[in-house]
Design a protein around this ligand. Sequence first.
Ligand SMILES: [Zn+2]
Ligand SMILES: [Zn+2]
Length: 436
Amino acid sequence: MSQAVTPHAVAPDAISDAAPDAPPDAAMRECPDCGLFQRVPVMRPGLVAECGRCGAVLRRRRRDALGTTLAFSVTGVVLLMIAAASPLLGFQLAGQATQTSLSSLPGSFQEQGYGALAWVMIATTLLAPALKLGLTIAVLAGLRTNMAPSTLAAMARWRQTLTPWAMIEVFLLGVFVAYTRLASLAVVEVGVALYALGALMLVMIAADAWLDEHALWESIGQARRSPAPVGNGPLIGCDHCGRVSRAAPGDPCPRCNATLQTRKPESIARSWALLLAAAALYIPANLYPVMTVIRFGKGAPSTILHGVEELIQYRMWPLALLVFAASIAVPVLKLASLSYLLISTQRHATGRLRDRTRLYRIVDFIGRWSMIDVFMVAVLVALVRMGIIASVTPGLGAVFFAGVVVLTMLAAFSFDPRLMWDAAGQTGCDEAEAEA
Ligand SMILES: [Zn+2]
Ligand SMILES: [Zn+2]
């Protein structure tokens, strides 16, 4: 029996231990954040099912979710093509004019000998958004045709994996910072691509908000002709499609074919390794200049912190605060928070589990926003290239900084928040207990 907590949220029933051998049904879910097995009730559109223990969103029910998402995604592809092909910003100074576009940004980094940054730009602003939109369309359109369910499932899994790397909204903030810095010293023209990107951002957010992943995976599951085999073993929730089955770790998920695992493999060791690597890169990222700005023959290399100081000098307070938050505060908070989560888990801490889980969700969410600085440098380098009159060249600090952002994102993905609940003895799935 389900019970409504608020008009907008339902609390699923926790699975009791009364029937430990009962076969799992389609309504069963394992909370991805705390590992509690629950039964998500039938919900009317507009309702959200939240984990009764940690508050994670288990399902967001939408009306005609798949059709609306398909329409948004097709619009998104058109907008991305317009954005890639048309001018982004124009720059005029001392009788000279330059122009840049989204697709020319990686080339500017490449010309300056910064191939790594060129690839970061291609991956986050072109490839990941295009693939994400393309895969969303392919899966949703494929469901209406007779596409093989295994192909549909593979595409849907790739779509999930690529989602955090599509950074259109972060890129737009980077363009905004670059624009504001330039507008104080020259004439900056806004191109068609910027409007297209703004619209693309809204469309991608809407497509994500409208997509009922639960419904998507159910449709893919229904497309399978052979019924899912009833296995035996412990209950395992699939990390990709959420289907709960009785299986041994390492078996394929009966619905999406992903390899089933009770917890993310080597979670603690991998998270620590990535976190320490990120911390090591954080030092040169702050010591080396991220770019060198030349104006009328004068200029010096500038670090991240120097960039913030400069904005304060120009009295651009909101912008200074934004860059400080994204480039300095967020990376430090991420490194500190992940270390705290890892240490508290290893020490089998039992307190503040809900708060720690919330902290993990915040760390997971904010990580990508640190790319603002890298995107700002990309726009400035591509746009301001008038030799001795005005030019911006990238610095090694930007490479290290991009490395910090990517590594902390990977560290957050590698960490399994359910281990915190295991370590506190809340799931009956502690490694030591499991081996006994
Ligand atoms: Zn939970
Ligand atoms: Zn699955």
